[in-house]
Design a protein around this ligand. Structure first.
Ligand SMILES: Cc1ncc(COP(=O)(O)O)c(C=O)c1O
Length: 395
């Protein structure tokens, strides 16, 4: 017995990539730039905090997390997004997660009804997108509707192009800012418009902000910040984690925050099947959310690598320095062929952009002409990788 609903999802981008280059020998020692897995050092004391709390592995973690962690997150959100005191209350507005992915996948279960506006509900997803959004939409029986986020639309979905009939059956809308893969940062007015639409058409805005601390200029605005204009967190949930901010993707630590009614319902459902972070992980996470020094250092490392990219790639392949995130999104034409060439001749593993996007109705796959490179290595490795890319690809 098999649920056919998931057939439409197909393989993950990384399975497809492995199939594409399977059997091709890398021409040089491999450098893996396909995965957004930060390789930067993280503070030494993380291990010490985990060790100090090792006795807690003997207990099941509390469903709602612990006060110290929740207060650390509430304080961080309040400071980082300049929120009014009391908007985020530690025991009302936050759910600890084992990484954002867990929450991004889980949240639609309490949001998406069987029918909305008497039709199959829609979940709106920017195209290209992080693949968990599509999996979550399909899991709850919604129709994933992919919204072009191309150079022409400023790499974000064009909100004014959405028609009322679609919005009326929309149950959830994922937005990612800074965006993976393009690095676009949504402006406050864009976020305010989204919140206003969410309330008018009664859907939930699911804001993936896991790249919020990797940026080039001013700190990216957040959805909680945009919601303060209305003084309410209704219809919004934001997701963030330490994976990118603190370079600890293996710690599996994040949170969701927002609408207190949704938070309460998510906590109840998590008591049935949530993957709760352990107490030692919560202790290390609280310490990381309270420390900004390592985040400033981390951001400087990424800035240096974009300097390297700028020097080596210049204005070829539509290079631009993204406002946020750590990806190069290079326009190369045939991205599958380019990916195979880079592996064969340069030992570089990159991701074809089409694998993180879908064919949109009447439009070509908006990611197909691009390759995505994650600048997650140290400076010399980055320099080596981009020099190889530059010498292998025709300008
Ligand atoms: C856009 C986006 N969202 C979410 C995640 C998941 O991150 P985590 O679960 O480690 O917080 C990733 C990871 O690469 C991502 O790129």
């Amino acid at each position: 017995m098999i649920n056919p609903r998931f057939d439409a999802l197909g393989e993950s981008p990384f399975e497809r990539l492995n199939r594409l280059i399977n059997g091709i020998e890398p021409g040089q020692p491999p450098i893996l730039m396909s995965l957004g897995e930060p390789q930067h050092p993280y503070p030494d004391w993380v291990g010490e905090v985990l060790y100090d709390h090792r006795g807690d592995y003997g207990a099941y973690p509390a469903l709602r997390g612990n006060e110290d962690f929740l207060r650390a997150v509430a304080d961080w959100l309040t400071q980082r997004f300049e929120l009014p005191d009391g908007l985020i209350v530690w025991n009302q507005h936050i759910v600890p997660l084992s990484g954002t992915r867990e929450g991004l996948y889980f949240a639609p279960q309490i949001i998406v009804p069987r029918r909305k506006d008497n039709q199959q509900p829609a979940v709106l997803i920017p195209n290209p997108f992080y693949h968990a959004y599509a999996g979550a939409a399909v899991a709850v029986g919604a129709e994933p509707v992919y919204l072009p986020a191309t150079r022409d639309t400023g790499f974000l979905p064009d909100l004014e192009a959405l028609d009322d009939a679609l919005l009326a059956r929309t149950a959830a809308f994922y937005i990612c800012s800074p965006a993976n893969p393009q690095g676009t940062v949504a402006k406050p007015a864009y976020l305010e418009r989204l919140i206003e639409m969410a309330r008018r058409f009664d859907f939930v805005l699911l804001a993936d902000e896991c790249y919020s601390e990797i940026y080039a200029g001013d700190p990216p605005p957040g959805v909680l910040q945009a919601a303060t204009a209305s003084g309410s967190l209704a219809n919004v949930l934001v997701f963030n984690s330490l994976s990118k901010r603190s370079s600890v993707p293996g710690l599996r630590s994040g949170f969701l925050a927002g609408d207190p009614d949704l938070v309460r319902r998510i906590q109840t459902l998590r008591s049935y099947g949530g993957a709760l972070p352990s107490e030692p992980v919560l202790a290390a996470s609280a310490a990381l959310w309270r420390d900004e020094a390592h985040v400033v250092e981390n951001r400087a490392r990424y800035a240096r690598k974009f300097d390297i990219a700028e020097r080596i790639i210049g204005n070829r392949f539509g290079y631009y320095r993204p406002d946020g995130g750590f990806f190069l999104w290079l326009e190369v034409g045939d991205s599958e062929a380019t990916t195979a060439t880079l592996w064969r001749e340069a030992g570089l593993k990159v991701l074809p952009g089409g694998y993180v996007a879908r064919d949109a109705p009447d439009e070509p796959n908006p990611g197909a002409p691009y390759i995505r490179l994650a600048l997650v290595h140290d400076d010399p490795t980055t320099e080596e990788a981009l020099t190889r890319l530059s010498s292998v690809l025709p300008s």
